[in-house]
Design a binder for this molecule. Structure first.
Ligand code: ADP
Length: 515
């Protein structure tokens, strides 16, 4: 066996040894990891592939942009590919692991400075290793009236990593793709560029005006392997005068289209202030309990049994959750309108303020999340089956009742075919609905691993072909996902890649992009 049990594809052990020695000179030996036991956390995944198939060859942790530039020169010289992570959590989508075995992980955790928080503009300029919790604490220490807009794993993940994956939070800045302004990016040749207004000397609006001048290129650095993002301007949410939540319970499966259409109308009109959620009944059970505590069988729980379980526990088939912002007077008017609109659709119940405690503080349409509270509660759902396996399928539908119903029915049927239950969180925006459906499985059981793998494939393939493309996917599926979006787009991505990274050193395979 060589000194390195895993090597990057196409790199000899001798060339890799030289590269590692040069990386060590740049960042210090203590910031380069090659020992298998220390690499273990970087290949620990929840997805249904063996850890060895996504094992990195090494990890390095630079502390500055000049160090990254020197690292890139070494990578170009020895053709060593690197996979950049900010905090590397990406839970259920690949965690810190690279798309291709052997890539060296560029872990940016040491670059964790909050460079500036602008108290007038509610914005922050940060580095990749900064977490939402760090930013929240920083804001609170300065008594600034802002919330951070964090996703479910908020306390432990980075705004930059989440934004680059087009993640979501729960306040008014929740679509992270549209709530940042300005990036600093290191390109494969070592050039450092600034996007938006950033290139101007004495720039006064880098974190304020996103578009800049000329082609808008920021999007190119999201879900891509075109650059390493080293700074980003993140928008913060001004604390609102007040906030209230509402919950609507529907008792029948067929009620879903009405729930969706009513939500859309109220959201488009601005009556509902931020995105909300529609949860399937079993999801509510899954937040609180392990499946084996209420069902002893194997395979998917039959539909009639799910219905009976929900009924016994007073749980609905669908639970709609949403939030309104404003002072007492304003929220009262909005809630009255919301109640009236939903009541006309025949739900079981419309509750103003959910105090049932069924759903933990966890995400869209939840009052705590919508008012800047950070928590890891949502991850209680990972215990539904046990055994450490989860993969998220994330298709998008237009926010129209009959489309959403089609997608939900399809997803449930596919999951059942492979023996999995339908636990689904439907994030309701104004014009689109993102579905997050979990496949929960025991990673120690080879049969479940295979079933989960094949189920993910079927979900991706079949829902995409029905017009519900995914907006984000697991590292093991990136090539196939890119194929589903067609050869023309893929070829365009490849042309850009070849032009700006001719040696293919940045994250080969990310989003299915190779040279
Ligand atoms: P989080 O921990 O916030 O979930 P990650 O650090 O795991 O996010 O990043 C998610 C993905 O985004 C990574 O797998 C990688 O493909 C990409 N990525 C993360 N940080 C950077 C960065 N600074 N520059 C370029 N791509 C990045």
């Amino acid at each position: 066996m060589t000194q390195f049990p895993v090597l990057p594809a196409g790199v000899s052990a001798a060339a890799f040894a030289r590269a590692v020695a040069e990386f060590s000179e740049i960042v210090g030996r203590e910031h380069v990891i090659t020992e298998p036991e220390k690499l273990a956390p970087y290949r620990k995944v929840y997805i249904a592939v063996p850890e060895d198939s996504v094992a990195p060859s090494a990890v390095m942790m630079p502390a500055s942009v000049p160090e990254i530039q020197k690292i890139l020169a070494v990578c170009n010289k020895h053709r060593v590919p690197i996979w950049t992570i900010s905090t590397g959590r990406n839970i259920g989508m690949g965690s810190a692991a690279p798309a291709m075995r052997g890539e060296v992980i560029l872990d940016l955790r040491r670059m964790n400075r909050i460079i500036e928080v602008d108290p007038d503009l509610a914005s922050a300029l940060i580095e990749p290793g900064v977490t939402y919790l760090q930013l929240k604490n920083h804001i609170e220490e300065r008594n600034l009236p802002f919330w951070v807009d964090a996703p479910s794993p908020g306390p432990i993940v980075s705004p930059i990593g989440n934004t680059l994956e087009r993640g979501h939070g729960y306040t008014t800045n929740q679509d992270h793709m549209y709530s940042f302004s300005g990036m600093e990016v290191v390109l494969a040749n070592g050039d450092v560029i600034r996007t938006g207004m950033g290139p101007l000397p004495n720039c006064k609006s880098w974190q304020a005006f996103r578009s800049g001048y000329g082609p808008y290129i920021d999007g190119m650095f999201t879900q891509s392997n075109f650059g390493i993002v080293t700074k980003m301007g993140i928008w913060l949410t001004p604390v609102t005068e007040g906030a209230k939540s509402f919950v609507v319970y529907y008792g029948k499966r067929e009620d879903l289209p009405q729930a969706v259409d009513t939500f859309r109308r109220l959201r488009l009109a601005g009556t509902i202030s931020v995105s909300g959620s529609i949860l399937s009944g079993l999801t509510l059970l899954g937040f609180g309990q392990r499946r084996s505590s209420f069902y002893a069988g194997t395979g998917a729980i039959p539909r009639e049994e799910v219905d009976a379980l929900l009924q016994q526990r007073g749980l609905p088939q669908w639970r709609v959750g949403g939030v309104v912002y404003g002072d007492e007077e304003e929220t009262a008017i909005k809630l009255r309108k919301i109640k009236r609109a939903f009541e006309a659709t025949g739900p079981t119940q419309v509750l103003i303020e959910d105090s049932s405690g069924v759903v933990p503080s966890w995400g869209e349409g939840d009052l705590a999340s919508a008012t800047g509270h950070l928590s890891l509660d949502a991850f209680r759902i990972l215990n539904f089956i046990g055994g450490g396996g989860v993969m998220w399928h994330m298709p998008v539908s237009a926010m129209k009742g009959h489309y959403v119903e089609q997608l939900c029915t399809m997803s449930e049927d596919i999951l059942r075919r492979f023996g999995f239950d339908y636990l689904s969180m439907n994030w309701c925006n104004d014009r689109d609905m993102h579905q997050t459906t979990g496949i929960f499985f025991d990673r120690t059981d080879p049969a479940q691993m295979r079933a989960a793998h094949d189920c993910y494939d079927a979900l991706m393939q079949e829902t995409s072909m029905a017009g519900f493309g995914n907006y984000r996917c697991s590292i093991h599926y990136m090539d196939k996902a890119a194929e589903l979006f067609g050869p023309e787009l893929r070829s365009f991505h490849r042309s850009i890649k070849r032009a700006i990274d001719p040696n293919g050193i940045l994250a080969p395979g990310k989003s299915g992009i190779h040279i």
